[in-house]
Design a protein around this ligand. Structure first.
Ligand code: BGC
Length: 251
């Protein structure tokens, strides 16, 4: 039997930033600097692939032979990207897993970004040992979601695309919508409340986890949100995607 790897690289591709780090897979923690490059404008496949390669280079010689997990903001089925909300439409229908493997010169593991964040919380964070349904939500450029049921990920939940006034709710309630519309945290919390009310009504989760960049400042909005289920911050904050992507190499 081959020994499970102790360390892996996680690459988290977002609509605004691409981030990577080396992760200790026993602890579920970053053991390198977290490197970040802004997502290339338009996020076309060649540009994103080249930036992923650059990120691995930035991690230095320690990263040279490590296995890699990549997470991406789209529906991912069998390594193929099937949607594109905050990236180029050219991703739709691409065998992204194969393209990243070829570009990075090694086998990779590939999933949706919110699913990766959910896995990090399941294995090493707020969802560990949690019975029933946990819904992880990531608030960033879009709204990502992961369903974790009795310790297992149910992949590709797309709650950011619940419809509100004929549009995906993430266009109105994501963290980037708060910045774009230049609204107060209080007013943004009202938008989030509407989102979480809808999610709770539909799925009656037992726990809700909030991740994404804004989970660094939960005091600004979380106390204003009322849900039936407990609602908590992701233990791994905005590193959950990197950690969860790396943890994919454990199978
Ligand atoms: C995408 C999801 C992604 C989320 C967060 C949404 O627009 O459809 O797949 O998880 O953004 O990045």
């Amino acid at each position: 039997m081959t020994k499970a790897p102790e360390r892996a690289i996680g690459i988290d591709i977002g609509g605004t930033g691409m981030k990577a780090g080396i992760v200790d897979l026993t602890e579920g923690s970053l053991v390198s600097d977290r490197v970040r490059i802004p997502t290339p404008k338009g996020a076309t496949p060649p540009d994103v692939l080249a930036t992923a390669k650059e990120l691995v280079g930035l991690l230095g010689p320690d990263a040279a032979d490590l296995p890699i997990g990549v997470c991406f903001p789209a529906i991912v089925k069998n390594g193929v990207t099937l949607s594109a909300a905050n990236v180029s439409d050219d991703w739709i229908g691409l065998d992204a897993d194969k393209l990243f493997s070829e570009t990075l010169g090694r086998d990779i593991h590939f999933v949706n970004d919110a699913d990766a964040a959910g896995l990090a919380e399941l294995k090493f964070g707020a969802a560990k040992g949690q019975p029933g349904l946990t819904i992880m939500t990531t608030l960033g450029t879009g709204i990502g979601s992961a369903f974790l049921f009795d310790g297992k990920l149910v992949p590709n939940a797309e709650l950011g695309h619940l419809e509100r006034k004929g549009e995906s709710i993430e266009l109105w309630a994501s963290a980037s919508a708060r910045e774009r519309d230049d609204i107060s945290w209080k007013d943004w919390s009202k938008r989030l409340q509407e989102f979480y009310d809808h999610v709770e009504f539909l799925f009656s989760p037992d726990l809700i986890i909030v991740g994404g960049g804004v989970s660094k400042n939960p005091e600004k909005f979380l106390p204003r949100i009322e849900t039936r289920a407990p609602i908590v911050t992701a233990e791994h904050r905005n590193n959950a995607g990197i950690i969860g992507a790396a943890s994919l190499v454990l199978g």
